[in-house]
Design a protein. Structure first.
Length: 346
């Protein structure tokens, strides 16, 4: 057996993709002509997004990975050799390591804060941020279908200062990393850039459901039906929350995969209200962006007495009226008798 040399000329290259870096290395000279063993490489890089080292095993001499360019980019790679020349054992070399330092240039406290992006109904996206006073920023973005980073073409402004960006569907690419950099400059010098990475399906907020109907089922339940929001979202990607309440009581929630809901009870003497919202389910995205609620849809029904109850109520009313009439007749009769007696005494 013999010692395995590590890869040589390890490099971290920035092609200008706002955090998508290329890692390249070369095979050690001592192993380039070996024929009776398989030479592979084990690459590890520190993911600041996940806070851990990630490992890749490959026979290639390069790999691309996402990094936050505002922080150190740390990578290391080693040679792995296995086959007849090692008697079937896998031999590992020492690590070759490289670190790319972030740029330290920029006015202190000039980073933007609270970048928030929402992909409305899988049709267009809006990103906004908070900024330190008197500073203006520019937004650049890149995804795998672009040859180079692009600047925002439709800024959102407040008092002539950029505070966000509108993206049309043509700017976006589904199910791929979407890299954003927000930077800028001022008379005092450059501003500190901030980098972000998104998976666009995790930013989708469905439109409000507009077609909803409620009907009575028998005498004890109410049945709701609705249509998925109109747009590019596939119906099988949606799940729903239905809330209901009686009169002014608290809302209660029910979660549904389909587009129907039947209430557990119905009392015609009360006002029953419903509202519905939707979001992408776990099979299509990893998010908690619910749509806005529908307008409250309420069902009321005038309370009707049964036929037997109507006869009882009518009979009771007649008895009361008869008793009142009899009482008045007796009273008038008594007054007449009393008046006649007074006349005789006189």
């Amino acid at each position: 057996l013999f010692l395995v040399d590590p890869p040589t000329n390890l490099q971290i290259l920035d092609p200008g993709y706002l955090g998508e870096l290329h890692i390249e290395w070369q095979a050690p000279a001592s192993l380039r002509s070996i024929s009776n063993c398989v030479l592979r490489y084990q690459l590890q890089y520190y993911s600041t997004d996940e806070g851990r080292w990630k490992t890749v095993r490959t026979t290639h001499l390069k790999h691309s990975a996402r990094f936050d360019l505002g922080k150190e980019a740390k990578v290391k790679v080693q040679s792995l050799l296995k086959g007849q020349c090692t008697n079937g054992s896998e031999l590992q070399s020492m690590w070759a390591e490289r670190t790319l330092q972030p740029s330290q240039e920029g006015i202190p406290e000039s980073r933007i804060k609270n970048l928030a992006c929402v992909f409305y109904n899988w049709e267009y996206m809006e990103c906004t941020w908070q900024r330190p006073p008197y500073l203006n920023y520019n937004l650049f973005y890149w995804h795998s279908k672009l040859d180079h980073a692009m600047e925002c073409a439709d800024y959102i402004q407040s008092n002539g200062v950029n505070i966000g960006c509108n993206f049309s569907s043509a700017d976006l690419e589904d199910y791929t990393d979407f890299n954003i950099c927000v930077n800028g400059s001022s008379a005092a010098g450059p501003l500190i850039p901030v980098y972000f990475r998104f998976e666009l399906q995790n930013l989708v907020k469905p439109a409000v459901i507009k077609k909803i109907n409620v009907t009575k089922v028998g005498n004890e339940r109410l049945h709701l039906e609705w249509k998925p929001p109109v747009g590019k979202i596939k119906s099988h990607c949606l799940e729903y929350e239905v809330q209901c309440r009686e009169d002014e009581n608290e809302w209660t929630s029910n979660f549904k995969k389909g587009t129907t809901f039947t209430s557990s009870r119905f009392d015609p003497r009360h006002r029953h209200c419903f509202r519905v919202r939707s979001k992408l389910n776990m099979y299509c995205a990893d998010n908690e962006l619910w749509s806005d609620w529908t307008a409250n849809l309420c069902f009321t029904e005038e309370y009707e007495l049964s036929e037997a109850s109507m006869f009882i109520a009518l009979g009771t009313s007649l008895i009361i009226l008869f008793a009142i009439a009899l009482s008045l007749w007796i009273r008038r009769r008594g007054l007449k008798i009393k008046g006649g007696e007074d006349c005789i005494l006189l």
